[in-house]
Design a protein around this ligand. Structure first.
Ligand code: ATP
Ligand code: MG
Ligand code: MG
Ligand code: MG
Length: 437
C-alpha cells in the first residue's frame, strides 16, 4: 500500500483531551476519531489493528472448539424480563423504544439471547459440550467513559457462552477458555495474568479476570511475581484432553484483584516476590451454573431421560480495549511499538527519493516481494522530508522499517530498522528478503 493513497490523518499536536498514552497515540497515529463520548470511528490504521486482534481471538476460540455465530446488537427487553435482568441492569443499559412502542435495548452482553437460541434448538445432552461465541459491538452507558477505546460506551467484545450437562463438564469448558485466553493474549505480545475475580452482577462462583499490568490500569491487583514468567501452553495443546493440570498450575500461585484480595495469603508470599500493581482487565471468564438456564427454561434430557437445566459459563474479551492495552504495554517516547502479530502494516518502506528511477524500482520490487510472501507493507512515497518520514513510521509503530535511498541503491544496499530495538542494519536486497519474507 502507498501512503500517498492511504487515509492516515496523523496529528502533530498532542490532543489535550487524552489523559493516557494509548489514547494520545491512537489519536496522533490517525487510528480513531471520537464521535461522541465513548463512541469512536475506526480509521484505516485503527481498523487494521482491530481486525488483527479480532482474528487472533477468533483463531484461538476456534482452536478451543468454540463455534462462531453472530447475534444482533439490538435485543428485545422481553428476554431480559425472563432472566430478571431488565430492571436489575440499571443505567448502563441503553434502552430503546421502536415505532410499535416495544421495549428494545442495545446489548451490553448476550447471556439471555444465546440462552434463547440454545433452548429453541437443543433438547439432548448429546449436543454438548457446546460453546457459541460472537465478536460484536456492545453498548454500556458507562458513567465515566474515558481513556479512549479502553473504556468506551460502544465497544467490540468477543463473548463466548458454554453449555454443559453438569458442573464437572462445565468446568472442563471453563478450562478450555482459560487456556485459550493464555494463548490469545500472548500472541498479541501481552503478559496477561489470570486473577481470581468477583463474579459481579453476572453471578456464580468460578471466575477469573485476565489482567495486564500497567500504571494506568483501573484496578488494584496483587500477585506472585512468578506469574509474570510462566510459559503459555503451545498451539498443539489437546483441547479435548484434560486441561485441569494446566489450570491448576496457573492458579496455584497467588493472583487476585482488589475485590478478592486476601491480605493474609498475600503476606505469606516472600517479600521480594510480591507484586502490588495496577492492572487493565482485558478478559473475564465466569462459570455461573444454571443462573439463566433455570429461569429461561433451557433444559436438556440427560442420558437417563431426566430433564435438567444446562450449566453455563460466559467468557469475554475486550477486543477494542485490547488495541489500547497493547499500546499501553508497548510504546516509547516516539510512538507505538506494534508486535508483528497485530501491526497495521508489518513493514514500512521509507522511499527517500520518489521519482528516482533506480529507487522506484527497488521499492516496487521489495513491496511486491514482501506482499507476495504474506507481509503487509506500507510504502511512504510522499514528498515529506526524511526526518518527518522517520518520525511518522515510529509514531505509527511499524515493527520493521526499510529505508531505500539513492546512495544505498547505488551501492546495492538498503537499510533495515527494528522499531523495538532501534537497531539499524545495512544489507543487500536479497538479504533483506531473507530476513523479512
Ligand atoms: P470493567 O471492569 O472494565 O468495567 P467489566 O468487568 O464490566 O469491565 P465484562 O462484563 O467482564 O466487563 O466484559 C468483558 C470484557 O469486555 C472486559 O474484560 C473488558 O475487556 C471489556 N469491556 C468491558 N467494558 C468495556 C468498556 N466500557 N470499553 C471497552 N471494553 C470493555
Ligand atoms: Mg464494567
Ligand atoms: Mg470488571
Ligand atoms: Mg469483568
Amino acid at each position: 500500500m502507498r501512503l500517498s493513497r492511504t487515509f492516515l490523518p496523523l496529528l502533530k499536536e498532542t490532543p489535550k483531551e487524552a489523559e493516557i498514552v494509548s489514547h494520545r497515540l491512537m489519536l496522533r497515529a490517525g487510528m480513531i476519531r471520537q464521535q461522541s463520548a465513548g463512541i469512536y470511528s475506526w480509521l484505516p490504521a485503527g481498523m487494521r489493528v482491530l481486525t488483527n486482534v479480532a482474528n487472533i481471538v477468533r483463531e484461538e476460540q476456534n482452536r478451543a472448539g468454540a463455534q462462531e455465530i453472530l447475534m444482533p446488537t439490538i435485543q428485545s427487553a422481553d428476554l431480559w424480563r425472563e432472566s430478571g435482568r431488565y430492571d436489575a441492569y440499571g443505567a448502563e443499559m441503553l434502552r430503546i423504544t421502536d415505532r410499535h412502542e416495544r421495549d428494545m435495548l442495545y446489548g451490553p452482553t448476550n447471556e439471555e439471547m444465546v440462552t434463547d437460541i440454545f433452548r429453541t434448538h437443543v433438547r439432548s445432552y448429546r449436543a454438548m459440550p457446546m460453546n457459541l461465541y460472537h465478536i460484536q459491538w456492545k453498548f454500556r452507558d458507562e458513567v465515566r467513559p474515558r481513556f479512549g477505546v479502553m473504556r468506551g460506551r460502544e465497544f467490540l467484545m468477543k463473548d463466548a457462552y458454554s453449555f454443559d450437562i453438569d458442573q464437572a463438564a462445565a468446568e472442563r469448558a471453563y478450562h478450555r477458555m482459560f487456556v485459550a485466553y493464555l494463548r490469545t493474549f500472548r500472541r498479541m505480545g501481552l503478559t496477561a495474568i489470570p486473577m481470581r475475580a468477583d463474579t459481579g452482577p453476572i453471578g456464580g462462583n468460578l471466575s477469573h479476570e485476565f489482567i495486564i499490568l500497567a500504571s494506568t490500569g483501573e484496578s488494584a491487583v496483587f500477585c506472585h511475581k512468578d506469574m509474570l514468567d510462566k510459559p503459555v501452553p503451545p498451539a498443539d495443546t489437546d483441547f479435548m484432553g484434560d486441561l485441569a493440570p494446566i489450570v491448576d498450575d496457573w492458579t496455584s500461585l497467588y493472583a487476585a484483584t482488589d475485590e478478592m484480595h486476601d491480605e493474609a495469603a498475600f503476606a505469606a508470599i516472600p517479600k521480594d516476590k510480591r507484586v502490588e500493581a495496577r492492572g487493565i482487565e482485558i478478559g473475564h471468564i465466569f462459570y455461573f451454573g444454571t443462573k439463566y438456564s433455570a429461569p429461561m427454561g433451557a433444559v436438556v434430557a440427560g442420558p437417563d431421560g431426566t430433564e435438567v437445566p444446562v450449566h453455563m459459563g460466559s467468557y469475554g474479551v475486550g477486543v477494542s480495549r485490547l488495541v489500547g492495552a497493547i499500546i499501553e504495554a508497548s510504546h516509547d517516547d516516539d510512538g507505538i511499538i506494534w508486535p508483528e502479530s497485530v501491526a497495521p502494516w508489518q513493514v514500512g518502506i521509507v522511499h527517500m527519493r520518489p521519482g528516482d528511477a533506480a529507487c522506484d524500482e527497488v521499492v516496487d520490487r521489495l513491496e511486491r516481494g514482501l506482499e507476495a510472501s504474506g507481509r503487509t507493507v506500507l510504502v511512504d512515497d510522499t514528498d515529506q522530508r526524511p526526518g518527518a518520514k522517520f518520525a511518522a513510521m515510529d509514531l505509527i509503530g511499524l515493527p520493521w522499517q526499510v529505508i531505500v535511498g539513492p546512495r544505498g541503491v547505488a551501492a546495492g544496499e538498503v537499510e533495515l530498522k527494528n522499531r523495538a530495538t532501534g537497531e539499524r542494519t545495512t544489507m543487500g536486497e536479497a538479504e533483506l528478503m531473507n530476513r523479512l519474507a
